[in-house]
Design a protein around this ligand. Structure first.
Ligand SMILES: [Zn+2]
Length: 415
C-alpha cells in the first residue's frame, strides 16, 4: 500500500491555510484513567541510571492542545505524546516547556496576542498542577524542584514574541517568567533574523538582532538558535556574550536538511559553551528516511502571506483541526528509525563537539516521526538504554540526559 504521510513541518510552514473543518466532537480529547500502553517499556525496565539522573528535555511542546482543545496537561490522554503523568512515567525531571506560536497567527498579526495567552496558560497550568510541576527560572530552581520529585518547567518560546522585534514585549515576557526564546519566528524570517527555511533577508542577523541578543544577555535569557540559518547561527553566537543553544535538530553531516546544524555552526556554538539538543524525528536523523522522502519541500520559503482569516478565533478554528501536532503517517519498515540510530547521531555530536555540548531536544507533541521504540514521553528511558548499548559511561550519559542543559542555564541565568 502506498504511504499516506502527513508532513506536519511542511504543513505548518505553508500559508494560507487550506483544508476542511472536522466535526468538533472527533477532535476533543478525553482523559483516560488507566495506562494501557506498556507495550513499549515496562516499569521495571527503566535503567537505574535513568531513574537517578536529572533528565531534561530541551524542547517539549506544551499548551497548543491545552489552548485549542481545552485539555489539562495534568491528565493522562490517549492521544498526543506529552502530559504530566506520562512525563513522570518516563523519568523526565525537567523540560524546556515550549510554548508555540505557529505561522497560522502571523498573517493577521495575532502573534503577540497568541504568545501572551499561551504563556499565561502555561503559568495557569503549572499552578493548577502544582503537586507535580513547578516553574523554574534558574538552574538552581530546576535542581530544587526535581529534588522534591516534581517536574521543573523552564519556559521557552517557539514563534515570534513580535514579528517586528519590539524589545519592550520581550521584557514583558521575561517579567512573566520566560527564560528562553528562539530568535526566529519559527520557520519564518522576521524583522531581525533569517531562518533556515525562509528567504535570507538579512544575510544572518541585523542590528536589531544584535540589540535583542544584547538585551537577552543582560536579562539572563537563554538564546535559542534552532530554526535559524547557518549565517544567523554563526553571527548570533559571535554577538552573544553568553553561550547559545540549538534546542532541537539533527546534524547536517548526517542528514542534509536545512533544519540540521552544520559542523561549522555546531563547533562555533560549542566553543562558546553552547549545547545542541538532538531531535527525535526520522527526518533529521535517518538518512534513509530522508532520501525516501524525495518530495521534501521544507526549503520552500515560508514568508507571511496575506490574511484570509479575520479573527484570532478563526485561526484557532483552523489550527484546532491539526492538534495534537503529532505525525500520524505510516512509515515502511525499511525507513522507520530505531532508537539506536538516535544514539548514533548523539555519538556523531559527541565526536564533533564533545560530550559537554550534546543533549536531548525531543520536539514531542511538535510532530516528529518518532523512533519505533518511542511512542510518547513515557518511553524516554529508551534513549538512556540506547546510549548504554553504545558503551557510554554513566558520567557521559548523565551530561547528555540533563546536566549539559543545567550547566548552560546556570551560565546564562547566573544561578
Ligand atoms: Zn521547532
Amino acid at each position: 500500500m502506498r504511504i499516506k504521510r502527513r508532513d506536519l513541518i511542511k504543513r505548518l510552514t505553508m500559508l494560507p491555510l487550506a483544508g476542511s473543518v472536522f466535526p468538533l466532537e472527533s477532535l476533543l480529547s478525553a482523559p483516560v484513567a488507566v495506562d494501557n500502553h506498556s507495550l513499549f517499556l515496562q516499569d521495571d525496565q527503566m535503567p537505574e541510571l535513568h531513574r537517578k539522573a536529572l533528565v531534561m528535555d530541551g524542547h517539549t511542546h506544551v499548551m497548543t492542545r491545552e489552548l485549542l482543545m481545552g485539555t489539562d496537561i495534568g491528565q493522562r490522554y490517549k492521544d498526543g505524546t506529552v502530559d504530566l503523568p506520562r512525563a513522570k512515567e518516563g523519568g523526565v525531571d525537567a523540560m524546556f516547556f515550549t510554548v508555540y506560536t505557529p505561522e497560522h497567527y502571523y498573517p493577521g498579526r495575532f502573534e503577540t496576542k497568541n504568545t501572551f495567552r499561551v504563556v499565561n496558560l502555561a503559568l495557569d497550568q503549572i499552578e493548577k498542577n502544582n503537586a507535580v510541576i513547578e516553574l523554574a527560572l534558574t538552574a538552581s530552581d530546576i535542581e530544587r524542584i526535581s529534588k522534591k520529585g516534581k517536574i521543573a518547567a523552564f519556559l521557552d518560546l517557539e514563534g515570534p514574541f513580535d514579528l517586528d522585534g519590539d524589545i519592550n514585549l520581550l521584557r514583558a515576557l521575561y517579567r512573566l517568567g520566560l527564560r528562553s526564546m528562539q530568535l526566529t519566528a519559527h520557520n519564518t524570517t522576521n524583522a531581525f533574523i533569517d531562518t533556515c527555511n525562509d528567504v535570507s533577508r538579512w544575510g544572518g542577523i541585523n542590528g536589531l538582532g544584535k540589540e535583542i541578543i544584547a538585551e537577552m544577555n543582560r536579562l539572563g535569557m537563554v538564546i535559542n538558535v534552532a530554526h535559524a540559518s547557518n549565517d544567523a547561527i554563526l553571527q548570533s553566537v559571535e554577538a552573544s556574550k553568553a553561550p547559545v543553544i540549538y534546542s532541537h535538530g539533527g546534524f547536517y553531516g548526517i542528514v542534509p536538511h536545512p533544519r540540521c546544524i552544520t559542523d561549522e555552526a555546531a563547533k562555533a556554538l560549542a566553543e562558546k559553551g553552547g549545547v545542541i539538543g538532538i531531535h527525535f524525528g526520522s527526518l533529521f536523523n535517518n538518512p534513509k528516511y530522508f532520501e525516501w522522502q524525495t518530495d521534501t519541500k521544507e526549503t520552500t520559503p515560508a514568508s507571511v502571506h496575506s490574511a484570509e482569516l479575520n479573527t484570532i478565533g478563526e485561526v484557532d478554528e483552523e489550527l484546532r483541526t491539526e492538534v495534537p501536532l503529532n505525525f500520524t503517517g505510516e512509515i515502511p519498515d525499511e525507513y522507520w528509525m530505531h532508537v539506536d540510530q538516535l544514539a548514533k547521531v548523539i555519538d556523531y555530536g559527541v565526536n564533533l563537539v564533545g560530550e559537554d555540548h550534546i543533549a536531548i531536544g525531543s520536539d514531542l507533541d511538535g510532530g516528529p516521526e518518532l523512533p519505533r521504540e518511542i511512542k510518547d514521553i513515557s518511553d524516554f528511558p529508551q534513549i538512556t538504554m540506547a546510549m548504554q548499548r553504545v558503551g557510554y559511561s554513566e558520567k557521559r550519559i548523565k551530561k547528555i540526559l540533563g546536566l549539559n542543559w543545567l550547566r548552560v542555564i546556570r551560565e546564562v541565568t547566573g544561578r
